[in-house]
Design a protein around this ligand. Structure first.
Ligand code: F6R
Length: 237
């Protein structure tokens, strides 16, 4: 694992957006694994800005999002599909039919491998170390499946996206598994801000997979970069 520190969220997001643009320029049919949540919002803003200024061509790019809530309609205001359409897909020339989310019917891991596998996977990280919605207890060989969200994740997401109303947050989601994520050729995990300090300190210390800390799976991946900002951690690693 390589660790890269940036001055702040803006600089970190600029870097990640440039890495994504580089990926697309090298391979106009790139297959991207994308994340939702608060962490990638600025990155998606930079990618949207880049499209309006430089017209980077997304017309042949495909995307596979990590996860989607269950129990709310696909185009609900709070669905991850809606989030991605608003923050990125509507602002670039990606074809919506090339953008994918897991659901109970679509055999997501097969769909990803038939497309050729994920070239570049973007990840955020939960305070409890979850990646995608692979909560503590997720197995090393887990594939895309229905998952129960922990109380902690429900509370965090209620604060960030549901005006603090826990009753509005779905209790289940469908998420790529740890094994699905590990199949990506290259991974960038972003950790921004104070709330992730302890999580990243823990990740730095990982040597092996710890079932209680899902992000630890990444230690055995050959191409992972952890992008963090000074607010998260002011140390060089
Ligand atoms: C979202 C996802 C989650 C988030 C994580 C961090 O698609 O897979 O693992 O990356 O919950 O969320 P934020 O970015 O809101 O801190």
């Amino acid at each position: 694992m390589k660790f890269l520190k940036f001055e702040n969220e803006i600089e970190a997001s600029k870097y990640v957006s440039q890495e994504i643009i580089k990926e697309i320029k090298e391979n106009n049919k790139a297959i991207l694994g994308l994340a939702t949540g608060s962490t990638p919002i600025k990155t998606y803003e930079f990618l949207s800005k880049d499209f309006s200024l430089n017209k980077t061509d997304w017309s042949k790019v495909s995307s596979f999002n990590l996860d989607e809530y269950l129990g709310i309609p696909e185009y609900d205001e709070q669905s991850y599909r809606t989030f991605m359409n608003k923050t990125l897909f509507n602002n670039i020339n990606i074809k919506l039919e090339n953008t994918h989310f897991p659901n109970k019917e679509n055999n997501y891991d097969d769909l990803i491998s038939k497309a050729g596998g994920i070239d570049f996977q973007l990840l955020g990280i939960g305070v409890n170390g979850h990646i995608g919605f692979n909560e503590p207890g997720s197995l090393e060989n887990s594939l895309t499946r229905v998952v129960d969200l922990t109380e902690e994740t429900i509370e965090v997401n209620a604060k960030k996206f549901f005006d603090g109303d826990i009753s509005l947050v779905p209790h289940q989601a469908i998420s790529m598994g740890l094994k699905s994520i590990m199949r990506a050729k290259k991974i960038i995990l972003m950790a921004l801000g104070k709330s992730k300090t302890e999580t990243i300190k823990k990740l730095i210390k990982c040597k092996n997979f710890d079932i209680n800390f899902p992000a630890s799976i990444l230690v055995s991946h050959p191409n992972v970069t952890i992008v963090y900002d000074k607010e998260c951690l002011n140390n060089e690693i």
